[in-house]
Design a protein around this ligand. Structure first.
Ligand code: ASP
Length: 307
């Protein structure tokens, strides 16, 4: 038993060569560490796994280095549409939101939907109408603007191409953020937040806010947050698949996560990774891309890594 514990990710993919700059590298690792520490300090002060993942994802949403909240990629229209989900492994309660604009922390809105509405998943303008009624503060586009994302969009703008979040040297980078945690009672939770794909159009929604695809938690098996080419994660129902491989296939967390990423996702041609935790505090973070921004923290260690 190694509980409580938390893991976070800041996306997977081709890692931009700028990461070789020690200053840039440190800024990413520091951001992951800050999220881990914020989430873990709740866990060591009687906080629940649910509160912990919410806090960790909020920290990453507020950091412009990642494609979630501040720093979200640009849509084909030149604005930012964000998706997020949260799930409680104890009750199987879940909240999710897609295609929202102007809300600083989409994960808090997903949590609100879970707790204060009879629904799981709200989308688009009507969801924003609900947010307005709940007196959410709406921030201008300038809050979400970053030069890097703008330059990425400029390369695609008007081309009609819909592209994944490219790194500056044109590799695929999926900058979604997520967290999974187990609290001292053995309860699990997962949360994921993203700006989706650069130049996305037609109301495209990825796997991140879809319960079972990019986000899933169940106390009896695991909590999972995914990152990668969302269309494959949706079709592979990857987060729930990991849980099913444990529940019905009798696999360990390690075998289930490896099977999902290195065999099933790869066979479909999908790129990405995930972070997963079980009730004993075991954590696995497999990815089939060049790298994945990731980290974990428990009573024995704090670890952050990119490649
Ligand atoms: N999975 C996300 C999506 O397809 C992208 C990411 O992981 O960065 O929207």
């Amino acid at each position: 038993m190694n509980i409580p514990a938390i893991a976070v990710h800041g996306g997977s993919g081709t890692i931009a060569s700028s990461i070789d700059d020690p200053k840039i590298r440190k800024s990413y690792l520091d951001a992951l560490r800050e999220a881990l520490e914020a989430g873990f300090s709740l866990l060591t002060n009687d906080g629940t796994a649910l509160e912990s993942v919410k806090k960790a994802v909020t920290v990453l949403e507020d950091c412009e280095l990642f494609n979630a909240g501040k720093g979200s990629v640009f849509t084909s229209k030149g604005d930012h549409e964000m998706d997020a989900a949260i799930m409680d492994g104890k009750t199987l309660d879940a909240g999710a939101v897609a295609g929202i604009k102007g809300i600083k922390n989409p994960v808090l809105f997903a949590d609100d939907i879970m707790k204060n509405t009879p629904f799981v998943f709200l989308a688009g303008n009507e969801a924003m109408e609900y947010a307005r009624r709940q007196k959410y503060e709406f921030l201008p586009d300038s809050y979400f603007f970053t030069q890097l994302r703008y330059d990425q969009w400029t390369n695609l703008r008007g081309s009609g191409d819909v592209s994944l979040d490219h790194s500056s040297d044109n590799g695929h980078k999926f900058g979604t953020v997520g967290a999974v945690a187990v609290d001292s009672e053995g309860n699990l939770a997962a949360a994921t937040s993203t700006g989706g794909m650069t130049n996305k159009a037609w109301g495209r929604v990825g796997d991140s806010p879809m319960i079972g695809a990019g986000t899933y938690a169940k106390n009896q098996t695991c909590a999972v947050s995914c990152t990668g080419h969302g269309e494959y994660f949706i079709r592979g129902v990857v987060a729930y698949d990991v849980s099913c491989l444990m529940e019905y296939g009798g696999m360990s967390l390690k075998d289930a996560t490896n099977e999902a990423i290195f065999k099933r996702l790869k066979k479909m041609g999908g790129e990405g990774g995930l972070i997963a935790i079980d009730a004993h505090g075991n954590i696995y973070m497999p990815f089939n891309t060049e790298g994945m921004y990731r980290g974990l923290k428990n009573n024995r260690q704090t670890m952050t890594q990119i490649l």
